[in-house]
Ligand binder design. Sequence first.
Ligand code: ADP
Ligand code: MG
Length: 138
Amino acid sequence: MKEQTLSIIKPDAVRKNVTGKIIDRFESNGLRVAASKKIHLSECEAKAFYQVHASRPFFKDLVQFMVSGPVVVMVLEGENAVLKNRDLMGATNPKEAKAGTIRADFAESIDANAVHGSDSLENAKNEIEFFFAKKEIF
Ligand code: ADP
Ligand code: MG
């Protein structure tokens, strides 16, 4: 089924100047960039976006990391886009990520792990709405 999912290229990967290399992974594997923008999240926005993790011990560090520099937020579209994006990303901890995945190739640590991707179709809808108006998605 054709789906849309939210992807974020996190501040570490933007700092390393590998946004193009990461987007190539998506485009070379059947996903299309339907919307894209570079933004610098406020602390308030980062907290709201990661609200599900608010009670986790790593929440504060996660928010500080996400506001440490600009990010690229994208809507990716394609067949099974949610799962496909998660497969291309690799495991949350880059040390556990399979060879050839984005996190294995571009991430340093579980904190600075290069990319975010929606984990379900329902979360994808909410996360896309968080960042994009309907008229910004093509
Ligand atoms: P994912 O990004 O793979 O969906 P989660 O949704 O579980 O992972 O966590 C959100 C983000 O929080 C992760 O990408 C990572 O940057 C950070 N994180 C998750 N677990 C930990 C942890 N144990 N220690 C530090 N940071 C973590
Ligand atoms: Mg997640």
